[in-house]
Design a protein around this ligand. Structure first.
Ligand SMILES: NC(=O)c1ccc[n+]([C@@H]2O[C@H](COP(=O)([O-])OP(=O)(O)OC[C@H]3O[C@@H](n4cnc5c(N)ncnc54)[C@H](OP(=O)(O)O)[C@@H]3O)[C@@H](O)[C@H]2O)c1
Length: 275
């Protein structure tokens, strides 16, 4: 049992975050489940061993309030799950600088601000930071370039942080899910129609529709991720990276093949989808 171990989860309203809160709180941890909207906080408050906390990761005032709230509870904090994330999809040459900023505000800058805010608790507990990365953190696919860039950045950020904290007892672990059935796919759908007349429109829409359909029908259940996250907090010596997908072999291959070979593989998939 982990009675005295508290974990703060960002982006707990839906999907993987919600599943993580459920797995952690039934697995013996106590959870500060953070979300943006009052309705989600109310729903989270009904779970046993869960204390809801309002937190938009891009809002420094809310981060400071959340840190003060946890300090006041006097529970300490063993873990931080940086899960909140968004996808700003679209052809890179059609995305403006604000699209990229929006993407990075949540997936990297907000994550950094939250991590810094809660770091004193994690240092005191010799605790653990678990980062929600993605297969997009090592395999960059077309038309989600901003998202891939943010997850590649998160991978580098996390490796640096782990190596900086090595010796202070705070570990940094990355979860790399493939497709998971969550609302993120529906949130990405409006991007399909955002670039009418773009030279990439036909290809981007075909790939986008295919990815959304695959994600919604063949993605892993979010509860599978919940279990992996609980494991990553529970075990004494976690792995540094957990790749969680239906097809780890494809990813192993991608890592082994030359970049040119992977380019040709991706191009063949594009051709098959657009012919
Ligand atoms: N689903 C997949 O296939 C997949 C694969 C690999 C990695 N991931 C990663 O898994 C994480 C969770 O995604 P999901 O699939 O579970 O999607 P999701 O259901 O859309 O969850 C995203 C969560 O992030 C929250 N969020 C967004 N912007 C926020 C902000 N500014 N401040 C605080 N919270 C914010 C959302 O809150 P609201 O409800 O308030 O918007 C929601 O709770 C993301 O980091 C994503 O990149 C997902």
């Amino acid at each position: 049992m982990q009675q005295d171990k508290w974990i703060l989860v960002t982006g707990s309203s839906t999907g993987i975050g919600r599943a993580a809160v459920e797995a952690l709180s039934t697995g013996g941890f106590k959870v500060y489940a953070s979300a943006r909207n009052p309705g989600d906080l109310e729903s989270l408050s009904r779970l046993k061993n869960v204390v809801p906390v309002q937190l938009d990761v891009t809002d420094e005032t809310q981060i400071a309030s959340a840190v003060a709230f946890v300090r006041k509870q006097n529970t300490g904090l063993f873990g931080l799950l940086n899960n909140a994330g968004i996808v700003a999809a679209g052809p890179l040459m059609d995305l403006n600088i604000n699209d990229l900023r929006t993407q990075f505000e949540v997936n990297l800058f907000g994550l950094h601000a939250v991590t810094r805010g809660f770091f004193p608790f994690l240092l005191a507990s010799r605790g653990r930071i678990v980062m929600m990365s993605s297969d997009s953190g090592f395999f960059a696919t077309p038309f989600v370039g901003a998202y891939c860039a943010s997850k590649f950045a998160l991978e580098g950020y996390s490796d640096s942080l782990r190596r900086e904290l090595n010796g202070f007892g705070v570990d940094v672990v990355l979860i790399q899910p493939g497709r998971v059935k969550t609302p993120i796919w529906d949130k990405g759908a409006p991007f399909l129609n955002r670039f009418p007349g773009s030279m990439f429109e036909k290809t981007a829409v075909a790939l986008g529709k295919h990815a959304i359909q695959r994600g919604k029908t063949r993605g892993l259940e979010a509860s599978v991720l919940g279990k992996v996250i609980e494991h990553a907090f529970f075990v004494k010596k976690p792995k540094i990276r957990y790749l969680v997908s239906r097809n780890n072999f494809r990813y192993t291959l991608i890592k082994l093949l030359s970049d040119r070979r992977v380019d040709r593989m991706v191009q063949a998939e594009i051709t098959a989808l657009t012919k």
